[in-house]
Write a protein that binds this ligand. Structure first.
Ligand SMILES: NC(=O)c1ccc[n+]([C@@H]2O[C@H](COP(=O)([O-])OP(=O)(O)OC[C@H]3O[C@@H](n4cnc5c(N)ncnc54)[C@H](OP(=O)(O)O)[C@@H]3O)[C@@H](O)[C@H]2O)c1
Length: 363
C-alpha cells in the first residue's frame, strides 16, 4: 500500500505521503576516554559550543591527545566508505539534516557527528540550512584537526529549479556550502518539477535538462559526483539511455517496510551506489516487534539494527538526529553484523510503504 501521491516536497513545499538504546558513547568517545586523562571528548564538544577559542581551558597536551583519539575513532567510520563510479570515495555513514533548523541546532548536531566519526553531511536547497551547515563546518573542522577535504558534502537540486534553472541552483548551493570550492555530491532531489502534475510529460524533459547542466558542472570540477534521488527503475532507465555521465548515487527511502529489492539490484547492476534515507521509517519502525526482538538479542538499539540492515547490503545511511547521544549511537553500527536469519526476518516486514514521498506517480 503506497502513500498518497506527493504534491509537496520534504522541505515543506510539497505535501507528504503517510509520514509526515544503549545510547552509550562508543567509538571516538570510548577511545578518547582512553587517551584523555582529564578531558573526555564530550568536554571538547562542550567547549566547541562556546563561542570563543580563548575560552579553551584544556591543557594543550590533552587537547592534542583528544584530537588524535577523535581522529582514530573516526577511522572506524571513515574507513567504511564506498568508491563511487566517479572515482571518489563516499562514507557509508553521513548525518542527515532534514528539519534541522537554526545555527545552534545544526552546530550541536554536527559537533557531535564529527566527534563520533561522521565524515559526511547530507543537506539540500529545500532544507534551508546550507549556510548554517557551512558555517558550523568552518568553525568545527579546525577544532577537530580536519579540513574541507576530510568531509563529504551532499546537496540537492530543489524541484522548483528543475530544468533551465538547475545550473544556477547548483552554483547557489555551492556558494552557500563551499564558495569557490566544490560539492562532493549533488543530487536531483526529485524526478518531478514543482508546480507540474506528476503525469505531465514535461517532467521528463525538465529532469533531462537538469542532468545535462549538472554534467557540465561535473566536468568543470564543481560537482565531484552527481546523482539522483527518489528515482524509480523507470526513471533510471530513461536517464541511463540519455546521459553522458552515469549517476553515481541514488538516494531513496529504504527500510524494512520499503525493501525495494528490484531497485537495489538495478543499481548494483549499473554501478550506482544506493543510499538510504528515512532508515528509521520516520520513527514508525522503531517500535516494531521484529526490530525490537533482534535489537534486544544483540544488545543494540532498534535504530542501530535498522541502519545495520541497510549497511549489510552495501547501502549507505544518513540518519538525522539533533540529540548528541542518538548521533553517537547511530554511528556505532560498524562493529556488529546481522545474521542471514535476522536479515530475512527484517525483509519479511516489507509493506512497500513510503513514509516520505512516493515517486511512482511521476511520469
Ligand atoms: N532525498 C530525499 O527525498 C530525502 C527525504 C527524506 C530524508 N532525506 C535525508 O535523509 C536523512 C534521514 O532521513 P529522515 O530525517 O527522514 O529520517 P531518519 O534519520 O530515519 O529519522 C529521523 C528521526 O528519527 C529520530 N531519531 C534519530 N535517531 C534516533 C534513535 N537512535 N532513536 C530514536 N529516534 C531517533 C530523529 O529525532 P531527533 O532528531 O529528535 O533525534 C528524527 O525524528 C534526512 O535528514 C535527509 O538528510 C532525504
Amino acid at each position: 500500500m503506497n502513500a498518497p501521491p506527493p504534491t509537496v516536497n520534504e522541505g515543506g513545499h510539497f505535501t507528504k505521503g503517510r509520514g509526515g538504546g544503549c545510547e552509550g558513547l562508543t567509538g571516538a568517545s570510548a577511545l578518547c576516554k582512553t587517551y584523555c586523562v582529564t578531558s573526555p571528548a564530550s568536554d571538547l564538544a562542550a567547549r566547541d559550543r562556546r563561542s570563543s577559542r580563548s575560552e579553551v581551558s584544556l591543557p594543550p597536551r590533552n587537547v592534542t591527545r583528544c584530537r588524535k583519539a577523535i581522529k582514530e575513532g573516526a577511522m572506524a567510520c571513515t574507513a567504511q566508505s564506498v568508491k563511487l563510479n566517479s572515482g571518489t570515495a563516499m562514507p557509508l555513514l553521513g548525518l542527515g539534516t532534514f528539519k534541522m533548523h537554526g545555527y545552534e541546532v545544526v552546530y550541536g548536531a554536527l559537533a557531535a557527528a564529527l566527534e563520533h566519526g561522521y565524515r559526511a553531511v547530507d543537506t539540500a536547497a529545500v532544507y534551508n540550512n546550507e549556510a548554517d551547515v557551512a558555517r558550523a563546518l568552518r568553525e568545527l573542522l579546525p577544532r577537530h584537526g580536519l579540513t574541507r577535504a576530510d568531509v563529504f558534502i551532499t546537496s540537492k537540486l530543489a524541484p522548483r529549479d528543475q530544468g533551465p534553472g538547475a545550473a544556477a541552483a547548483a552554483l547557489q548551493s555551492l556558494e552557500n556550502l563551499d564558495p569557490g570550492g566544490y560539492l562532493d555530491l549533488y543530487l536531483v532531489h526529485w524526478p518531478g518539477t514543482q508546480g507540474l502534475p506528476g503525469e505531465d510529460p514535461r517532467n521528463q524533459e525538465l529532469r533531462r535538462e537538469s542532468w545535462r547542466l549538472l554534467e557540465k558542472l561535473h566536468g568543470e570540477g564543481k560537482l565531484r559526483a552527481i546523482g539522483v534521488s527518489n528515482y524509480t527503475v523507470r526513471h533510471l532507465e530513461e536517464l541511463l539511455a540519455t546521459c553522458s555521465i552515469k549517476p553515481s548515487v541514488l538516494q531513496v527511502e529504504y527500510h524494512p517496510h520499503l525493501v525495494q529489492k528490484e531497485l537495489l539490484e538495478y543499481c548494483q547492476a549499473h554501478g550506482i551506489h544506493m543510499q538510504a534515507y528515512s532508515s528509521l521509517g520516520m520513527g514508525h519502525l522503531l517500535g516494531e516487534v521484529t526490530v525490537q526482538e533482534v535489537a534486544s538479542r544483540l544488545g543494540r538499539t532498534p535504530a542501530q539494527v535498522l541502519l545495520r540492515w541497510a549497511l549489510e547490503r552495501g547501502v549507505g545511511v544518513i540518519p538525522k538526529s539533533t540529540g548528541v547521544e542518538r548521533v553517537a549511537s547511530n554511528a556505532a553500527v560498524f562493529d556488529f553484523k546481522l545474521t542471514q536469519e535476522d536479515m530475512e526476518k527484517l525483509d519479511g516486514m516489507d509493506k512497500q510503504l513510503h513514509y516520505c514521498w512516493n515517486p511512482n506517480t511521476i511520469a
